[in-house]
Design a protein around this ligand. Structure first.
Ligand code: FRU
Length: 326
């Protein structure tokens, strides 16, 4: 690092089509903009594994100082992360994991625990049949694997409950519709549907609605975004019975990356807190999140004002220089 140079942080984002990832990007950008020494580049892999590998290769050849990556899938991204470590560039893996041990640190909520929380929620709230459908995230991505692991562990311990069907989803709404419709037409005797994120839970509710079953079945999701059609709103409107918060950790990611760059000691596993949100606390949580959002807006508008002043100062300076010719 030459003196005066900025710290180059490369963030390889899996995709940015959904609101969760949009929020993650905006919180990491806000954190970066508060630190003038940071030069943050975000590359969007568009949910394409080979594109994500290329993006990280590019970071390595551009000699960035730190890499942050949210890997689309674990296995195919493992080698390129290892390559970066070998090249001396530390890597912070966020949200989804890679395989093996060749990374500097991980940041994200405990997805096994999220699955367990969903299982315990159903067991403690259930009054009916105990038949459950699980809708998983994309295969090969670690949160899908881990949420299933935790959920099945809790449900299988309990004889009154049964996962009668598991739908292999891909995190997106479309993947839910046709298989769920076929399953519910065969056997509508289902009490709970647990989907690995709120988008798929909403899609499950919409599908159940086409069969007139949306009031009979209860829906649980994950993410709990405070946005239009986000989990908090879906709980408040009664579409979801509950959702489990999955924080994006955007700002924490940048802070950790800088600690890694400065060779400060950090934990290898950095676990973000989670919480169940249902009709009892949705309003309170929403208010809290609104406050944070408002503070972020204030920061952004202050930064905007500073930029305007900087531009004015620069143009006045030019004017002064110009006038000094006469
Ligand atoms: C966003 C998302 C979330 C989910 C997470 C898992 O792209 O699908 O809905 O919780 O990824 O990595």
């Amino acid at each position: 690092q030459k003196q005066g140079d900025k710290i180059k942080v490369g963030f390889s984002q899996a995709m940015t089509t959904d609101d969760w990832r949009k929020q993650m990007n905006s919180s990491i950008k806000i954190e970066a903009s508060l630190r003038p020494e940071v030069d943050l580049t975000i590359k969007d892999a568009n949910n394409n594994v080979s594109k994500q590998i290329e993006d990280i290769e590019r970071f390595i050849s551009n000699k960035v100082d730190v890499i942050i990556v949210s890997p689309i899938q674990s296995k195919p991204l493992t080698a390129v992360v290892e390559k970066s470590i070998k090249a001396g560039i530390p890597v912070l893996v966020v949200d989804r994991k890679i395989e093996g041990e060749s990374y500097t640190a991980y940041l994200g909520a405990d997805n096994i625990e999220i699955g367990r929380i969903a299982g315990r929620y159903i067991i403690s709230h259930s009054k009916g049949s105990g038949n459950i459908i699980e809708i998983t995230g994309a295969s090969g991505s670690s949160p899908a694997y881990e949420r299933t692991l935790g959920f099945n562990q809790i449900i299988n311990e309990n004889k009154r409950f049964k996962i009668v069907n598991t739908i292999q989803g891909d995190w997106e709404k479309e993947s839910v519709k046709a298989p769920l419709k076929a399953i519910l037409q065969q056997n509508p005797n289902v009490e709970y549907i647990f989907a690995h994120n709120d988008r798929m839970a909403l899609s499950a509710w919409e599908t159940a609605k086409t069969l007139g079953l949306e009031k009979k079945i209860k829906f649980i999701g994950v993410d709990a975004l405070n946005s239009v059609n986000g989990g908090i709103e879906l709980v408040k409107s009664g579409v979801l019975d509950g959702t489990i918060l999955y924080p994006t950790g955007g700002n924490e990611a940048l802070k950790l990356a800088l600690k890694m760059y400065n060779k400060e000691s950090i934990s290898r596993n950095n676990i973000l807190n989670t919480i169940v949100i249902d009709k009892n606390n949705a309003e309170i949580i929403e208010n809290q999140m609104d406050k944070v959002d408002q503070q972020q807006l204030v920061i952004e508008s202050q930064q905007g004002a500073i930029k305007v002043q900087e531009r004015e100062y620069a143009s006045q300076n030019n004017l002064v220089r110009l006038l000094s010719f006469f």
